[in-house]
Design a protein around this ligand. Structure first.
Ligand code: FAD
Ligand code: DHB
Length: 393
């Protein structure tokens, strides 16, 4: 039977980053992924990296291309009441964020892992985890028509919201917290120059819109849409028209449009499971928590979990002490709940929840208050660029 120190389920950013950081510290892992490599590498998701995430990627020796190609943003804009409010993130916090897509992060991770000869198993089906409440956990899976067994010391559940790890935990051992929002985001990717060199989050009576980008020649735009809407009902022309209607006029006037190269709808939800550790099983990233995308926190939170877990594992294998691992849940959950709160709040002030004009006036009052208060702006900026990490011991 095969053996590894850490069995990692899922080759999204969490699983790949964890295996890379463990490898650099002499800890062996095997990564099992349900999908193909092409599928995982092609998924269009997050775009904004916090300063701390960039530092962790550098710690994982992945930084070269990222440092060359990322776009450093010192500010972000909020659109409302026909105007645009620029928030100077750098002046308010001393920090910036980086625009570097999740597809690029994933590509860098896959390249680094493969170059290091990693055990990365794509298209692993029927993954099942066993005995994580004992000191001899085991993972079973099928690959290329054969059943495999893998003995390990620890299992890292990096398998996303729909993964098998959280689903294997007895329901009585955990508590779920969830909020589903009554709308989704329709996103497109297009090879046109971004309408602004910084992101614009726009509150509008017709619904929320976001102008983002992947490079100086590739834009990523979103509009709030109904939960039951279908991508087919949104030909490019309809998307561009709706987007422009939801932006301040001078922004809409300079929008360059073109054919979309990707178009998808994502529902919005907040979800947290407590605790994050069950014996030798650790839940990491989207397997443990989901935030609505408004605060750009999903990928960054996943990286923050990985940071705590890999350091705990390194400590365990170097010194025999499990103290840091024992604090994994507590340390991660404190950050997670703050990100859940920020993402919920930012979602609440930027989206259309109903036709109630009173609710819209309250949002505009909050945005107007923001624009006149350095304290309120600093609070937003601190959360947006990423809160400081807590020490593990
Ligand atoms: P994932 O990226 O979900 O990776 C989990 C991996 O596990 C997947 O590759 C999956 O195939 C694999 N897996 C699942 N089940 C099994 C199994 N049984 N066996 C083996 N492997 C399995 N965040 C932002 O900050 N901004 C955004 O704009 C944004 N947009 C998003 C759009 C969508 C549609 C989604 C789903 C998420 C979005 N996110 C966004 C969130 C962000 O992409 C995630 O937080 C991030 O991908 C988390 O990484 P992860 O590795 O924890 O999980
Ligand atoms: C992007 C996505 C987000 O959710 C966000 O808040 C900012 C940017 C993006 O895909 O570029």
């Amino acid at each position: 039977m095969a053996r590894t120190q850490v069995a990692i389920i899922g080759a999204g950013p969490s699983g790949l980053l964890l295996s890379q950081l463990l490898h650099l510290n002499g800890i062996d892992s095997v990564v099992l992924e349900r999908q193909s490599r092409e599928y995982v590498a092609g998924r269009i998701r997050a775009g904004v990296l916090e300063h701390g995430t960039v530092e962790l990627l550098l710690e994982a020796r992945l930084g070269e291309r990222m440092l060359r190609e990322r776009l450093v943003h010192d500010g972000v804009a909020l659109g409302f009441s026909g105007r645009s409010l620029r928030i100077d993130l750098h002046a308010l916090t001393g920090r910036s964020v980086s625009v570097y897509g999740q597809t690029e992060v994933t590509k860098d991770l896959i390249d680094a892992r493969i170059a290091a000869g990693a055990k990365l198993v794509y298209e692993a089906s029927d993954v099942a985890i066993e005995g994580f409440d004992t000191s001899h956990p085991k993972v079973r899976y099928r690959h290329e028509g054969r059943t495999h067994e893998l003995d390990c010391d620890f299992i890292a559940g990096c398998d996303g919201y729909h993964g098998v790890c959280r689903q294997t935990v007895p329901p009585g051992a955990m508590r779920n917290f969830e909020r589903i929002y009554p709308f989704g985001w329709l996103g497109i990717l297009a090879d046109v120059p971004p309408v602004s060199h910084e992101l614009i989050y726009s509150n509008h009576a017709r619904g929320f819109a976001l102008c983002s980008m992947r490079s100086p020649t590739r834009s990523r735009y979103y509009v709030q849409c109904g939960l039951d809407e279908k991508v087919e009902a949104w030909p490019d022309e309809r998307f561009w028209d709706e987007l422009k209607l939801r932006l301040p006029e001078e922004v809409a006037a300079s929008m360059v449009t073109g054919p979309s190269i990707e178009k998808s709808i994502a529902p919005l939800r907040s979800f947290v499971v407590e605790p994050l550790r069950f014996g030798q099983l650790f839940l990491v990233g989207d397997a443990a928590h989901i935030v609505p995308p408004t605060g750009a926190k999903g990928l960054n939170l996943a990286a923050a979990d990985v940071r705590v877990l890999y350091r705990g594992l390194v400590d365990f294998y170097r010194t025999g002490s499990a103290r840091a691992l024992e604090r994994y849940s507590e340390i991660c959950l404190r950050r997670i709940w703050k990100a859940v709160r920020f993402s919920w709040w930012f979602t609440s002030i930027m989206h259309k929840f109903s036709d109630d004009p009173f609710a819209h006036r309250l949002q505009l009052a909050e945005l107007d208050y923001l624009s006149g208060s350095t304290a309120a702006l600093t609070s937003l900026a601190e959360n947006y660029v990423g809160l400081p990490f807590e020490a593990a011991s």
